[in-house]
Design a protein around this ligand. Structure first.
Ligand code: MN
Length: 231
């Protein structure tokens, strides 16, 4: 193909147990999907799900067994971590039913929805879009994708985040307000899901700020851990 400049390389994430890569299409994120986090953000935890997006090239792959550098972004003085279960879509579709949703999932990964909380709050206060607070470069670190058959019973998995070896977030996936099937059903009514879509499913309570030098370690039982150092 004759292009006026070289196309951007596609964003891919390694898949556990194979040499194959998962090509990323879009990144959808669910807001306030754990009751305790919704409450810490000033809400009841009973609101319907809502969505925002990050660019696909915001992914930072955190390879197992090493500490991956995570650049501290510009413009913020309040960079927050949010540990999240990432759902990787293998089969697309629109208006997917809750019953059918599971069959559209390829696998799962541990992710961080990094957030410039000060900018997000400014935008919220002004009724403006969140993208400067959520969709910045390097805002979507994640670990390798584990195929669902190898992940075990992810709906009851423990999810946790340590900052500098201190436990900051600790919950289980069953605490999700809108579970993965319900989220896929809702999302697919608004957008036609495609193979390669990632869904950051929301974070439990305990979000907070990190600064350069801090180390983040995220774990979800059954999946590959992630470790990153803010630089
Ligand atoms: Mn989030």
């Amino acid at each position: 193909m004759n292009t006026v400049f070289p196309p951007a390389p596609s964003v891919t994430v390694p898949v556990v147990g194979t040499n194959a890569q998962f090509p990323v299409h879009r990144i959808y994120c669910v807001g306030r999907n754990y009751v305790d986090h919704a409450q810490e953000m000033g809400h009841t935890g009973r609101e319907p799900p809502f969505f925002f997006m990050k660019p696909a090239d915001a992914v930072v792959v955190a390879a197992p067994g090493c500490v991956t550098p995570l650049p501290y972004p510009g413009l913020t003085k309040n960079l927050h971590y949010e540990i999240e279960l990432v759902v990787a879509i293998g089969t697309g579709g629109k208006n997917i039913s809750v019953k059918q949703a599971e069959s559209h999932i390829f696998g799962y990964a541990v992710g961080l929805d990094m957030t410039r909380r000060d900018l997000q709050n400014d935008m919220k206060a002004q009724g403006r879009p969140w993208c400067i607070g959520k969709g910045f470069d390097h805002s979507a670190p994640m670990g390798l994708i584990t195929p669902k058959e190898a992940a075990g019973d992810i709906s009851h998995a423990a999810i946790s985040l340590q900052v500098n070896n201190v436990l900051r977030q600790n919950s289980t996936v069953e605490q999700l307000i809108w579970n993965m099937a319900e989220t896929i059903a809702e999302l697919s009514a608004a957008w036609e899901l495609q193979p390669g879509d990632l869904i950051y499913s929301g974070t439990p309570a305990g979000v907070g700020a990190v600064v350069p030098g801090d180390t983040l370690k995220g774990c979800i039982s059954g999946l590959t851990d992630i470790a990153l150092k803010v630089v």
